[in-house]
Design a protein around this ligand. Structure first.
Ligand SMILES: CC(C)(COP(=O)(O)OP(=O)(O)OC[C@H]1O[C@@H](n2cnc3c(N)ncnc32)[C@H](O)[C@@H]1OP(=O)(O)O)[C@@H](O)C(=O)NCCC(=O)NCCS
Length: 189
């Protein structure tokens, strides 16, 4: 059970738990295939099912529901959401995912700051030695984001992600605790 729900602040953005008043906007983003799905999983959920998944996420490492919203600190505008989930039934693989729901707010550094905060939070609060992510090989923004955060490309899964009428390849990225600690010497890890 991950009961640690305190906001996580960076210079520009805050990660905080979704509130009831956020749910309609998050649901709209989640169900807009071109915001969420060009490179990622997409499923149309009912509004009540989506709300239930948000509320139950904290109790399950397997949940792929959004776990934190990304809020701009200067004006509290909702920018996106992020999550993490146990990505393998046997191996200790905790993967992160991330979406800036407002395309006009992309490319301003918010995504990499938000994912950096999430990764730091996971290493501080979970007994994992590696945090991972997968992304479509054509998703250059995601590739750049992960490499900026010092993730290593560990391989490429072939024909593993279906969208826009065909199968796509996906890169597997990983960041070990030792690599993260080397980049954050004052993190007190
Ligand atoms: C992926 C995503 C979260 C990145 O967030 P962002 O706020 O736009 O990213 P940042 O501004 O922090 O930029 C991170 C890096 O990517 C680069 N970048 C951003 N958009 C890019 C684009 N469209 N093409 C190429 N590089 C891009 C930035 O220049 C930056 O690299 P740099 O600092 O070395 O110059 C955002 O684009 C998004 O929500 N995309 C749709 C959903 C998605 O694809 N999620 C990931 C699924 S794996």
């Amino acid at each position: 059970m991950d009961g640690r729900g305190a906001p996580i602040d960076g210079p520009q953005v805050r990660l905080r738990r979704p509130r009831a008043e956020d749910h309609p906007l998050l649901f709209d983003w989640y169900n807009d295939a071109e915001r969420v799905a060009p490179y990622d999983r997409f499923a149309v959920d009912t509004y009540t099912g989506f709300q239930r998944a948000l509320l139950e996420a904290a109790a399950s490492l397997e949940s792929m529901a959004p776990r934190y919203v990304v809020e701009r600190r200067s004006d509290a505008k909702l920018l996106g959401f992020v999550g993490y989930y146990r990505a393998h039934p046997v191996l200790t693989i905790l993967d992160v995912w991330y979406v800036l729901g407002e395309p006009g707010e992309r490319g301003k550094g918010y995504g990499s700051e938000a994912v950096g905060l999430l990764v730091g939070h996971l290493f501080r609060t979970h007994p994992v030695e590696r945090v991972g992510a997968t992304c479509d090989v054509d998703n250059l923004a995601s590739v750049r984001l992960l490499e900026k955060l010092h993730f290593t490309r560990e391989g490429t899964l072939r024909t593993t992600l279906f969208h826009h009428g065909r199968w796509h390849d996906a890169h597997v990225y990983g960041l070990t605790r030792a690599e993260w600690a080397a980049e954050h010497p004052s993190a007190g890890n």
